[in-house]
Write a protein that binds this ligand. Sequence first.
Ligand code: ATP
Ligand code: MG
Length: 429
Amino acid sequence: MEFISIKQAMEKGTGQVNVRGWCYRVRNSNKMAFIVLRDSTDIIQCVVEKSKLSEDIWNQALKATMECSLEITGEIKKDERAPTGFEISVSSLKIIGESDVFPITKDQSPEFLLDKRHLWLRSRKMTAILKVRSSVFQAIRKFFNDKGFYEEHSPMFSPTSCEGGSTLFEVKYFDDIMYLTQSWQLYAEAMISALEKIYTISPCFRAEKSKTSRHLSEFWMAETEIAWYKLDDILKNAEDLVAFIVKYVVEHNEEELKFLGQDIEKLKKIKTPFPRITYTKALEILKKDGLKVEWGKDLRTIEEDAIAKHYDKPLIITNYPKKIMAFYKLKDPKNPETALCFDMLAPEGYGEIIGGSERDTDIGEMKKALIAQGEKPEKYEWYFDTRRYGSVPHSGYGLGVERVIAWLCKSDNIKDTIPFPRTMLRMTP
Ligand code: ATP
Ligand code: MG
């Protein structure tokens, strides 16, 4: 017997089909049973009529409970009243795996759904988000592969910090202590002297102690590092990537986006160039909005949201104060209090989706910055070698994959954008 997906069955539209999946909903009377079958592609109503079937098959149908798995054979036909416009009149049915009383019913709290995440993944909402997630990964790979980039990887165990010590996870490593990686970047900077244009998509670990709706302690970052690139070149690459991801998801996930309540026409308008302002200009705009930020302070979530509200495309903010930036961000020679760096903010209050910069090539400057941040420059000697032997100007950035998914899927919490989220308070399942 050859099985087809529910989607393929609906495309076929008439005749006999064999489908299999899970029981999404079931309702019985003493003459009829209505089983809504779910597979990874869609749902379909299946009608079982006692008078038309053997006792054996009818008894199987009576055993069907929510989320049991089953195989069904029957005639498919159009039916406007059915939930997805088609119905299968069942001629044979077999329960493959029975289901205990399914613990998830309507209107349960977000925390309960997170406790039952391994089961809640089957919901149509999570299924839709996970399909978008898969497309976002595909889009990132396609974008870089089509431009001739090499995909490379850095170790997850790191002897040093990249983004500052406060969010490091320590791990016992034989008789030593190592850290889980916060970013591939320092290793990427060594790899570009061999490969010039590289990217990665990798888990990153940050001990985020704040309970925000935008931070995970384990998240995926798409990073690129490119030899010879200056700030302007990397900004162009970053906005092209984001526009490409949006276009790819619109092309591949229209159904899912609609299901999630996303306005597709709005996404279609996300085209380059994106607006660009400096940090200093951002402070002026915020001041007019009644939000006063002292020059030199990083933008907090509320300020990022307030500024992003002025734009309907992702916004690029450049030239943050040098002293609050990571040690590797290059000073702007024209404006030495600031760095040649940028953040990209998603529209509609989904926060920072990219952070990037041109990289410093001056070992002395970097040592000073590391000391100011309480780090030991000796630990970075191998990294400084990248500047000692044929250093070149170079730039890169990191894109928070879950932040992009949250924006595209209109998820108000980043935890919904990854199958099994990890935060300070969420370690299971
Ligand atoms: P934030 O200020 O939001 O904490 P960041 O400045 O620490 O971000 P970067 O070090 O620039 O972030 O990392 C690059 C990108 O990775 C960010 O723009 C963001 O999209 C994403 N990102 C950073 N931290 C997290 C996190 N804890 N969970 C999910 N995504 C994150
Ligand atoms: Mg952070």
